[in-house]
Design a binder for this molecule. Sequence first.
Ligand SMILES: C[S@@+](CC[C@H](N)C(=O)[O-])C[C@H]1O[C@@H](n2cnc3c(N)ncnc32)[C@H](O)[C@@H]1O
Length: 120
Amino acid sequence: MIRQRVFAWALARFNKRYEQFAVKYKENLFADLSGVVLEIGPGTGANLRYFVQPGIRWIGVEPNRFMEPYLEKEAKRLGIQIDLHTGLAHELPVSCRQDTGFTHSFSGLCVRKCLYKGTA
Ligand SMILES: C[S@@+](CC[C@H](N)C(=O)[O-])C[C@H]1O[C@@H](n2cnc3c(N)ncnc32)[C@H](O)[C@@H]1O
């Protein structure tokens, strides 16, 4: 519990330098997103700024509840609605073989673009 709390605090506190480095890559990666975006493990919400365009619905799955206040604060700052769920990615009630309705899903700090070009 304390480890999760410290992790959330440290991520919020010390991630800025990495984000400054990554901004040009992330801007490129996320430039053409639309529809329903699933972020697995959004942490403190460092990626939310890339999802402010109208037409994006952001859903996050995050197991660490201590990330929530940071995520909510960032969403409020950006003026966007978020749909945050507490849990683990592998417990999601969907499989890769299903048509999930997600247009994109990714997991960062090993950000991958793609995955379900679906129906949303
Ligand atoms: C290194 S942090 C990265 C946070 C954020 N994506 C970023 O780029 O700043 C990894 C995040 O993944 C979450 N996580 C770890 N295992 C997970 C799992 N099985 N399912 C969903 N999220 C997970 C952690 O709680 C943490 O918030």
